[in-house]
Design a protein around this ligand. Structure first.
Ligand code: HEC
Length: 186
C-alpha cells in the first residue's frame, strides 16, 4: 500500500514538473516571436518617423518588393502602380538609421516600412519589417529577421529568414543590408 502511495505521489509530482517545464518553454519561445502593433507607431517615445513626406518607391522596386503576391492581395489589383512608403525606426536603431556613414544596426533595432497606394492614402497596404536579432541568428544577412504584417497593423503574415526578402537586401551588405534612400540627411 505504502509503495502504491509513493508511486502515486511520484507520478503526480513528475506530472507537475512536466507541465511547468512545458509552460516555461512556451513563454521562452513566445518571447522571441515577433509581435507588432502599428497603432503604437504614433508613440514618439519609441518610434521615429524617418521620412516626413511619403517616399515614392521606384515602380520596378514596388512591383518586386511585393515579392509575395499572396502576402499582399490588396495590391494585386495593379502590381505596377507606384507605391509610397513611410519608414519608422525604433530607439535602438535610430542612430544607425540617421548616420552619415553606414553602420551596423545594434541588436533590437526595428525598421518598419509602411506601404501606401497613393500619398493621400491613410490606409496602408501592408507593413514590411526588419528586426535585428542576436549575432548568429542570420549571419548571411546581418542577423536581420524579415516580417510582413497585414493592413490591420497586427496580423503577422510571415516572419523569419524570408528568402524572397533577403534576395534583394543581400545586395546592400556595405550598409548592413539596409537601403535608406528615403533618409535625406545621409
Ligand atoms: C526587389 C527588391 C526587394 C525585395 C524583394 C524586398 N525589398 Fe525591402 N527594400 C528594397 C528597397 C530598394 C528598399 C528601399 C526603400 C524603397 O525603395 O522602398 C527597401 C526597404 C525596406 C525596408 C526599410 C529599410 C531599408 O532597407 O531601407 C524594410 C523594413 C524592408 N525593405 C523589408 C522588406 C521585407 C520584409 C521584404 C520581404 C517581404 C522585402 N523588404 C523585400 C528592396 C527590396
Amino acid at each position: 500500500m505504502a509503495t502504491q502511495i509513493r508511486i502515486g505521489v511520484f507520478v503526480v509530482v513528475a506530472g507537475i514538473v512536466l507541465v511547468v517545464a512545458l509552460a516555461v518553454r512556451r513563454t521562452e519561445g513566445a518571447k522571441d516571436e515577433f509581435r507588432f502593433d502599428a497603432a503604437k507607431l504614433k508613440d514618439r517615445n519609441t518610434w521615429t518617423q524617418v521620412n516626413n513626406d511619403p517616399y515614392q518607391m521606384p515602380a520596378a522596386v514596388a512591383a518586386l518588393c511585393a515579392p509575395v503576391v499572396l502576402l499582399e492581395p490588396e495590391s494585386k489589383k495593379n502590381p505596377h502602380a507606384a507605391s509610397y512608403i513611410t519608414v519608422y525606426v525604433n530607439k535602438a536603431g535610430r542612430e544607425s538609421m540617421f548616420a552619415k556613414q553606414p553602420q551596423r544596426f545594434p541588436e533590437g533595432s526595428i525598421i518598419v516600412k509602411e506601404k501606401f497606394n497613393s500619398p493621400e492614402d491613410r490606409k496602408p497596404l501592408l507593413y514590411t519589417i526588419m528586426r535585428k536579432r542576436a549575432a548568429g541568428y542570420n549571419p548571411k544577412v546581418g542577423d536581420w529577421e524579415f516580417s510582413v504584417v497585414g493592413p490591420n497593423g497586427t496580423e503577422l503574415r510571415a516572419s523569419g529568414k524570408l528568402e524572397n526578402c533577403q534576395g534583394c537586401h543581400l545586395t546592400k551588405s556595405e550598409s548592413d543590408f539596409v537601403f535608406r534612400p528615403y533618409v535625406t540627411s545621409q
